[in-house]
Design a protein around this ligand. Structure first.
Ligand code: NAD
Ligand code: MLT
Length: 323
């Protein structure tokens, strides 16, 4: 049920203004209802975003809109930044808090979709599905060219055993993979309950046949997998990144793939997005998608509804519960 928004004040005509700066599900607008003036802009376009912020009370974004110091300064009435998804790396949370602006996200909304997408990328690389698809459509029938590898009985290394990392570990355990994880913030006992063995990063790199990254983007994790780390991976391993661009150094990844030290990579996220041109695109052992981890009907509905509810509560001056 929708919570009441700002009580009607006689003579007060102004409805709170909510700016939707990226494409969100129709359910988002339905939950917001008629209590707000809803406006739209392309948040990735700074020349559109900054003037649009002048009199807004709330802004709803995904990952393409940077809500930084400059954007906050352009929004003197802003009370809430709502991130319809998990990662808050595009929002300067510290600056927002200092400015008295609440930041909310939807941390559970898209985790199943993101986990399934990471697994889809892993399977696509292991079985060379995009290349085989393209070859067959080109009129070829080359069964021997597209031989792949099984996941069964192989070792999966999960970097970041949080919400998404756990879902990936559970699902790939069902594939018969042995799972190790690197996450210094998780208790070994909790991991052991899931059948996951926590290991240092170096060990994960050297024992994993497939690695999948589910870390937040922080100063500590940026470039965590660079040239030195890729030099330690088990020859023939596959790596998947459906978390954030820049967690793997893209140039070092390119070199490792080109030299076939890595058998393949599945990449959903890039250091700079949008990314429509990359040396990685030249390589036939790479499967790429344009940041689609959360792009399912279910995830977008959940994310939109969750942040719309949070915006209603926040603008009504009510407590916003943890999602
Ligand atoms: P989470 O916070 O639940 O889990 C992150 C885990 O990383 C935590 O367990 C934490 O302890 C661990 N961690 C943090 N710093 C670490 C470090 N320096 N070394 C090792 N481990 C560290 O987050 P989540 O919901 O699982 O999301 C993971 C990532 O996936 C985020 O970057 C998020 O933005 C991204 N994501 C991407 C998509 C997509 O569309 N591709 C969709 C959803 C989420
Ligand atoms: C997230 O962190 O939630 C993802 O990047 C997906 C999105 O931006 O919608």
């Amino acid at each position: 049920m929708n919570s009441p928004v700002l009580p009607a004040v006689p003579g007060a005509a102004r409805k709170p203004v909510v700016l939707i700066a990226e494409e969100l599900s129709t359910a988002t607008v339905e939950v917001l209802g008629g209590d707000f003036e809803i406006r739209y802009c392309d948040g990735a376009d700074r020349s559109a975003l900054l003037p649009a912020l002048a009199d807004v009370d709330a802004i709803l974004v995904r990952s393409a809109t940077k809500v930084d110091v400059e954007a906050l300064a352009a929004a003197p009435r802003l009370k809430v930044v709502a991130r319809a998804g998990v990662g808050l790396d595009n929002v300067d949370v510290k600056a927002a808090t200092q400015a008295g602006v609440m930041v909310v996200n939807a941390p559970q909304s898209n985790i199943v979709s993101a986990a399934e997408h990471a697994i889809a990328l892993l399977l696509a690389v292991a079985r060379r599905i995009p290349a085989a698809d393209a070859s067959l459509r080109a009129g070829e029938w080359k069964r021997s060219r597209f031989s792949g590898v099984e996941l069964f009985d192989k070792t999966l290394g999960v970097l970041g055993l949080g919400r998404i990392g756990v879902l990936v570990a559970q699902r790939l355990t069902a594939f018969g993979m042995n799972v190790v994880a690197y996450d210094p913030y998780v208790q070994p006992g909790r991991a052991a309950q899931m059948g996951v063995r926590l290991v240092p990063l170096e060990e994960l790199l050297s024992v994993s046949d497939a690695m999948t990254i589910h870390l937040p983007k922080t100063p500590e994790t940026m470039g965590l997998i660079g040239e030195a780390e890729l030099a330690k991976v088990k020859p023939g391993a596959i790596i998947v990144n459906a978390a954030r661009g820049g967690l793997i150094d893209e140039h070092a990844l390119y070199v490792a793939l080109k030299e076939r030290r890595l058998a393949g990579a599945g990449i959903d996220v890039f250091t700079t997005e949008p990314c429509t041109d990359s040396p990685l695109f030249e390589l036939d052992n790479v499967v790429v998608t344009p940041h689609l981890g959360a792009s399912t009907e279910e995830a977008q509905e959940k994310a939109g509804v969750s942040v719309a509810r949070s915006v209603r509560l926040a603008l009504a001056g009510d407590l916003v519960p943890d999602a």
